[in-house]
Each structure stands twice: as structure tokens, then as C-alpha cells.
Write a protein that binds this ligand. Sequence first.
Ligand SMILES: Nc1ncnc2c1ncn2[C@@H]1O[C@H](COP(=O)(O)OP(=O)(O)OP(=O)(O)O)[C@@H](O)[C@H]1O
Ligand SMILES: [Mg+2]
Length: 1079
Amino acid sequence: MEVKTSLLDNMIGVGDMVLLEPLSEDSFLENLKNRFDHNEIYTYIGSVVISLNPYRSLPIYTPDKVEEYRNRNFYELSPHIYALADEAYRSLRDQDKDQCILITGESGAGKTEASKLVMSYVAAVCGKGQEVNKVKEQLLQSNPVLEAFGNAKTVRNDNSSRFGKYMDIEFDFKGDPLGGVISNYLLEKSRVVKQPRGERNFHIFYQLLSGASDDTLKKLKLDRDFSKYNYLSLDSAAVSGLDDAANFRTVRNAMQIVGFMEDEMQSVLELVAAVLKLGNIEFKPESRCNGIDESRIKDKNDLKEMCELLGIEQSVLERAFSYRTVEAKMEKVSTTLNVAQAYYARDALAKNLYSRLFSWLVTRINESIKAQAKTRHKVMGVLDIYGFEIFEDNSFEQFIINYCNEKLQQIFIELTLREEQEEYIREDIEWTNIEYFNNAVICDLIENNQNGIMAMLDEECLRPGTVTDETFLDKLNTICAEHQHFESRLSKNSKFLNDHSLPHNCFRIQHYAGKVLYRVEGFVDKNNDLLYRDLSQAMYKANHSLIKQLFPEGNPAKVNLKRPPTAGFQFKASVGTLMGNLQTKNPNYIRCIKPNDKKASHIFTDTLVRHQARYLGLMENVRVRRAGYAFRQAYEPCLERYKMLCKKTWPHWKGPAREGVEVLMADLQVPMEEYSYGRSKIFIRNPRTLFFLEERRKQCLQDLATLIQKIYRGWKCRTHFLLLKKSQIVVAAWYRRYTQQKKYQQIKRATTVVQSYTRGWQARKILRELKYQKRCKEAVTTIAAYWHGTQVRREYRKFFRANAGKKIYDFTIQRIMQKYFLGLKSSLPSMSPIDKSWPARPYIFLDGVHNELRRIFHLWRCKKYRNQFTEEKKTVYEEKLEASELFKGKKALYPSSVRQPFKGDYLEISKNPKYQKLSSVVEDKILLSDVVNKINRANGKSSARIFLLTKKNVILADQKTGQLKASVPLPDLASVSVSTQSDGFFALRLKEGSTSAIKGDFLLSSEHLIEIITKLHRIGATAADREQFNIDISDEFLVQFKQDKVCVKFIQGGPKNGNSVSCKRKNNRLLEVAVPTTP
Ligand SMILES: Nc1ncnc2c1ncn2[C@@H]1O[C@H](COP(=O)(O)OP(=O)(O)OP(=O)(O)O)[C@@H](O)[C@H]1O
Ligand SMILES: [Mg+2]
């Protein structure tokens, strides 16, 4: 959306001076200064732009700025030169009105810069295309060329235009540029030969010497050193900020773009070089016989080089510097020139050469840039003329320049007033007259055909007889004496008689821009602008086409004896044409102001600006503008700007804009006399009313801003909310989709599982069915096969080898068994009964057999082993076996007896002569003889006895004597008692009532207890006549001692017993035997 802004927005000070309140010169200047301090160099007075020179580059000419101002109304944006350029261009393009842009101001105020800005803006906004761009480029590039040749450094401006320039840019109906025409006005040619102190000659001289290549300089016979040339002022040859060498390249480039041919450029440079050479030609006097000094050239080298450059015959030029030919009617008179005249002639030639070259350049540029099409063109004229000048020493040039400015001021006044007036008429508003200074009277003083200063100068120049500057001044003194703007010491006006600020050879004019004192010296000469015919003829003879063109009057065939028109006359005529031209166009004003004299940025010299504002008549301009109504605005923008001040017009007004504005003004109760309604505009009389409207608008805007803010915030929140809601729906949708998807996938998976189970189940069912069917089929087949087999076998049994299978089976088993037995035979273990090894069985089915065989083999082996025994050994083993059966695990003594052989007859009674007697007593075979201890029944002490055992008796005899002590028939023995311990005690218990029992039982102890008892038992076992006797094994048993029964008790002996068994009679009834503990 396009943002509607206004000049009134963000204003620093007041953008349009018309709105200045209160209006006074001080407030005017204050406003300018305020704006200048804030880099606002442009200010309006209505449609006039005041431009203050910033003397530094500001960032306000960028392409962005061009775009900003493009197609915008004049008052829409803050003041800018682009706004004026845009307004002018658009009225030209859209309303078909020819435009002129008049840029005025004193030297250094920024006119040339302004004209360039206008041109560049128009170039930027107008149409594009290859052809159009070429035209634009040529128009723009004409500037550097003309500036190089027509501008110079002065004390006021480093790039001062020393000529007036008016350029008509021509456009087609679309507004595309077609071409242009440049008019130049009076180049300040005196500068070529002489420059005031601190100033320079035209830029081109310095540019050529600094920027041209060595080769070019050599061709032009020039030296790079400025000091070699008389015409170049040396004190300010180098200007800071000016790069002559770079500018030379720019100029050459610009000339190429504009369309200069290479040889043309060369010719131009040759002429520039020739001027420099010319300045170096010096003269010396040479006395003639008639006593008159004649001038001679001092050093002909420069002359020679110059002639070579221009193709002039040296002698011709040399002669032209020495003689002057005056032709009158049919006569020709030749006079010699003195040195002063020769210098005059030289300088006149240089000035003419240069100024004609400059005019030729303008013509040549015009040739290039002129519009091709013959159709009607729209024209925009840009006038950049030298500014009003007041120097210390003002001469003819300043007079001419200031006259021109006077004319421009005149046209400004006329056109502004006329414009204003026309607008009021156009808008049907009553016009009130306004007082202002009209400089027509000064113009009249200068240009009046009868008694104007210029007319009198011309008259003086044309008058026969002696004519000097003084005679001219006299004339002025008489004729202009009474003029209120003319001042001279010697005038008839006695007012100035004693004015010492007025020298005698000067006159002063009160210009609109101030008083200027002109020195009359040179006025006549400069106005005459005479070039001796000899010189122009010499130039014409040159073998150089450009020179020839520049001096057409030198052609002998066209000798014209009429005096050429004076410089003043020519200038007046061209200014007249210019003014006529300008009056036909719609004027646009840029009034340039110089803020200080130092060419410095940021300095605002109050007095200097005040002076300029005064002579430019800016205050009058404001007053005229405000005379009727200070402010005017078309109805549409006015309604647009203030419609929010009235409920009826806000926010939209449906009817015509004018009615809207009327409703608005009525609603605001603005007094009727404060405004008027024109045809298309409302006219506001007082700035206060405008400010009142603005103030109300500002307040209203604040409220509106709050409202907009409120609505915007609401809108923003709502949008945000809607966005969130939308997002939430999207998120929810996605989430739902996601969960549904998940659920679906789960269901799908579950379904697949269920399905697979079902299918599996069905499949298994079918499989079972099929398998069953298959089994049935197979069974059927098998049964059938068996059945058939049976049938067949039954039928064919007779043909079979019956039971062949059984036989084969039996045979195989047999073979296996055979092999097994043979293997076993070869791997039988040793015959030792204690050998536990046995070969492994080959087949599991032989397990039972194998174990049985092992048992049988073992029994057989034992039998074999036993068979080896003798009868005695056999008896021994039998006894051992019996001992084992009796005592194993019952008595602690048993294990030690296992290894002892049962010897039996330890004493060898029969062989021992000692016991011969005893042996004779014993009838039976002695089965056992040994020494035993008989325990004394009374005290438990023991005494040794011989113990004999026969088949029938147990015999006890004295060990020493062999005397029989007791013989007990075995049938009398009731039982034998032994302890469980490792002792050798045993009690032979006798049957009660037997003969042997009279003395009581025997308590004995033997080392061969086990053997004795075993043998006793064996005898008892084998005796058929008596009952088996008992062997009582216990640690407490009763023994019959005569009448008493004594308890024999075995206890575990303590250490005091040592290793021997001790027996003690404890009391009548107890006999204690302590047995050492077996380890
Ligand atoms: N708008 C601007 N921005 C920056 N610098 C400027 C501007 N206008 C002028 N100047 C500076 O001021 C100098 C003088 O300006 P300019 O040559 O336009 O003056 P002028 O009015 O043409 O003077 P003269 O009458 O002597 O030709 C310029 O060279 C430039 O440095
Ligand atoms: Mg200029």
C-alpha cells in the first residue's frame, strides 16, 4: 500500500516558507538556518525551491531517492530539487506544457550542480531503450566538455561557470528525450589572457598539460610545466579537490560519447596549444628612422611552433603582429604597431581564438545532440547562467553578467506574480494587490534603447573621433545623472560629489542585488571587441580547417567594411531572445543560496544569507504568495489529510471532494474569512488555520493510532489464535491419524495372528484329516499287503524255506555267543580270588549272562584256590572263618588276631621233657597248649598256668612243674564270657551242679584268646553229645566264685594303667578290669 505522506510530516522548521508564522526576515533566516543545520538544504516558497549549497556530498541523490520522488506530488514529500524536477517533467509529459527551469543565485551558490541534478533526475525517470539511453548519455556528457572549456577556478568558486548556458532538452509525446539545443552566452574571454589573483585560467589548459600523454604533448609541442606559459596563472594552478589529469580523461571520454571525431579532438587540442604558445610570444621595440618605435618579436621560436601547429605561414603572422591595415572605401592604409599594440593584438587574437573555439564546441555538440525527428517536440529548458557578481574590480564582464541577472530577476517577478494571479483567476478567487520591488527600472537604466547605458556605450563606440572610456563616462554622467539607481562622482547629481567611496573613473549601479561599482576602463574596447583584420586574414590563410572555420571574416572574398555588432549589442539581443523564449514556457525556480564565503560545509553566515535572501526578493516572494491565501491544496488531498477530523467524512466520504471539505470546515467551525473555495482547491488565508488543522490532525492521529493499535492487536491475537486453532486441528488430525494408524496396524497384526492361528488350526485339522486318511490308506494298503502276503504265503508256503529267518537268527546268535565266549576266554582275568577285573561285555543283551559268568568264574576261581589247600591249612582257615563269625565286629581284640596263625600247640607238650608227666596224664590229643594267666579270685592277681585243650577236657596245670591243677570235662562248661574290649580275659563258666563247679568258675587271661575260644567252640559244635555252649560277649558278667557270684566289670583304663591290663578286686561282688584304650 502506498504510504500517503505530506510536506507537513516530520518537518524540520517549516518546509514551505509560506507557512512561516510569524513571517519576518529573522524568522525566515532562522528557519533556513535550522533546516540547514539538519542537512535540509531545500526549502519551498510555494513552488519555488530555495537551495542552500551544502559544500559536501549529501546522501540525498541516491537512486532510492529518485524512486521516492518519482510520480509524487510536489507537496507530498519533504522539499527536494527532485520534487521540482519531477513536477516539471510530469507537467511536460502529461499536460504538454513546455517547461523551463531557472536556476539563479550568485557565483558558487550551486546553480551548475542544481542543473546537473535536474538533468540526471529527468534522465533517470524518463523512458529507456538503446536509442533513448544514447541520447541521454550524450546530453549528460555535454556537461563535462563545456565545463572544461567554460569553467575556471575563481575566488568564489573552484568550478565557476564563466559563460551562460541555456539548454533545451527536447522530448517526444511519451516523454522520452530526443535531443537538445545548447545556447551559450558571453564567455568571459578576458580570462584567457589574464586572471585575477587567486584565480585560474579555464580548466582545459591545466587538464591538457597534466593529463595528456607525453606523446600528445610532444605532438602539440607543449611542455608539462605550467610555469612555461605566460597565460597560466601559477599561484593557484593546483586546486585541492580537482584532479586535472583525471578530468582530462573524463573530458576526452565525454567528447567521444558526444560524437567528436578523433581528428576533431586533435584540432581542438591544437587550438588550445596554440593559445598557450601565443601567450609566450613577446615583443620588443625597434626604432624606426621616423622616430616611431615599431614592435618586433623577441624570440620567434614560439611563433614558429604555433604556426607549425596551425599550419600558418610564419611570415604572414609575423607581419600581422607588426602592421595594421585599415581599409576605408577603396583605400588601404597600413600602419606599424608599437609594442603595446602588438601585445593588444596578440591578446585579442588569443581571446578570439579561444572564445570562437568555445562557440564552435557548442555548435558541434548541438550538431550531435540535436533531435532527429521533425515532429513537434516538448521542451524543457534548463538555464544555468553565471551568478550575480560583485568583485573589487568590476569591469565590462561583470556589467554584462549582472545585467543578465537583473533580467532574470525581472522575469522571475513577472512570472511569479503572473502565475499567482493566474491561479486566482483560474480558481475564481478575488485577487488583492501586493507591494513588491520591481527591478524593471534597473533593467531600463541598462538596456533602454535611447538613454540606457548599453545604448550609450554602443553610441560611443560607433562615434567617429576620439573615443575613450572617459568620454563614455562623461556621457553617462550627463544622461543618467537623475536616475535613482545610477551613481557617479562627476554626475550632475550633486548628491555624490563628496562620496569618496566613488572613484572618478567609476560609476555605480544599485542593482536589485546590491550596489556594484564599475570601473569604466576597458568598456569601450571590450564592447568593440576588435580583432585587427590582418590577424583574422592570417588565421583564415591557415592550413587548418578548424581555424579557417573560426575566422570566416578573414576571407578576402568577403571583405565587409561594416563594423561588426558590438559585444554589448549582441549580448542584449541574445538575452532578449532568451527572455522571450523563457516567457513562453512554464517557469520552475531554483534559487541557490551560498551559506558562507569559505566554501565550507556546516557554516551558515547569517549576514551573507540575509543579503542574498534580500536581493533575491525571497521575502517578497513569500509575501506575494501569501498575499491572498497562504496555503492552498486540491480538494482530494485536503480531504484525504483531514477527513479524520469530522465524523461525517471519516472514514469515507462518498460525495465529491469539495463537498467533503466544506462539511469538514463547517464541522470544525473554522471562521469563514479564513478560507475560500476555489474551483479545484481550497485556499487557506492564514498559516495559523493550517496549523490548527495540523494540530487537530496530530491529536486525532494519536487516537487513531491507538485505535489502529487496538484493532491491530486484536487482529493479531485473533490471527494468532486462529492460526493456533488451525494448527491444533492439524496437529489433532495428524495425531488422530497416527493413533488410528497405530490401532489399525495393531488390529491388523492381531487379525493376522488370529487368522494365522485359525488358518493353522484349520490347516492342522485338514492335515490331521489328511494324515488320518493317508494312514487309513496306508493301513489299508498294509493290511491289504499283509493280507495279500498272508494269502500268498499261505498259498506259496510250500514253496518257502520255512523258518529260514529263525535259523538265521539262531545261527547269528550262536556265532555272536561263540565269538563272545572265545573273546572272554582269551581275556579272562588272573586266578587270584582278589582280582576284581572283568572284561567288558560286547553287547547289551549279554548283560545278564556276562554278570552270571563273572560270578561263576569267581566261584570257580575260589574253588580252585581252595582246592590247593592242605587239610591242616583248611582247618586253620575254617577256624579263622569261625573266629570271624564269632568275634568280627563284636570284640575289639579280633582284628589283631586275624594276621596271627592259629598255631594251637604253642608249648609242644609232647616234645617238651619238662611236661612229660603232664603229657602222660592227658589221654587225648592236645588241640591247644598255651600259657594263660589265672586270675586270683580273692585279689585279682594273676598266676601263670598251662592251658591245654583236648577233645574232651580243658586242663589247667602249673606252668613250672607241670602239675595238673584242674581238668574240666567239656560237657561241664556252660558258657564262656569275654569282654568287648581288647583284653584277653575270659571266664569259663561251669554248669551248676557239675563236679567241676565246686571250686567255681575260671577267670583266665590269654594272648591267644580268640584262638582258644574258637577252638573251644568248634569242639563244642562238632560234639554231638552235648548242646552248644554259649559265648557271652559283654563288659559285665557274673562269675561264680565258690559260693559267691562276682561281677567282672571291664572299664576303659586311664593312662596310669599304661598299656597293660590291670585287674583289681574291688569288693566281694566286683572285680574291675581296666583295659587300655585302643587307639
Ligand atoms: N547540492 C550540492 N551538493 C554538494 N555540493 C554542492 C552542491 N551544490 C553546490 N555544491 C558545491 O559548490 C560548488 C559550487 O557550485 P556551482 O559550481 O554549482 O556553483 P554556481 O552557482 O554554478 O557558481 P558559478 O556562478 O560560479 O558558476 C560545487 O563545485 C560543489 O562543490
Ligand atoms: Mg556554475
